[in-house]
Design a protein around this ligand. Structure first.
Ligand SMILES: [Zn+2]
Length: 123
């Protein structure tokens, strides 16, 4: 139990650990997700299309990394081909990475938003 508390949320997300037990790897390959945690059997896919919401996480992260540089390029008078091509090249490089981490972040958000605290006294 003490070992569980040592891992931060950032470490859990970066390494793809389970939000429930902090031990099982919830990613399968680079893009895939396990259906249940291999360590504690926590259900990582509670309903069909569960990870569609992860697209919003990926969208906002990509937008935060795309819009300011494009505004900077436009204001600094860069070539229009660079301004148009920059988001495409950036997405080719960062798209798979953000797809991977957005699913892990979505699994952790889902766990933390639905987790019920056990308020029963310990006996
Ligand atoms: Zn687990």
């Amino acid at each position: 139990m003490n070992e569980l508390k040592k891992k931060t949320i950032f470490e859990l997300i970066l390494k793809g650990f389970c939000p429930e037990c902090h031990e099982g790897k919830i990613t399968k390959g680079f893009i895939g997700m396990q259906r249940v945690c291999p360590h504690c059997h926590y259900n990582l896919n509670p309903e069909p299309g569960y990870y569609l919401g992860a697209m919003m996480v990926s969208f906002f992260a990509i937008a935060l990394l795309t819009i300011p540089p494009v505004i900077f390029l436009k204001v600094s008078g860069a070539d229009d081909r660079l301004i148009i091509g920059y988001p495409f090249v950036q997405y080719l490089i960062l798209g798979p990475v953000f797809t991977h981490y957005s699913k892990v972040i979505w699994a952790h958000l889902g766990y933390r938003s639905t987790k019920k605290e056990d308020l029963r006294p310990k006996s």
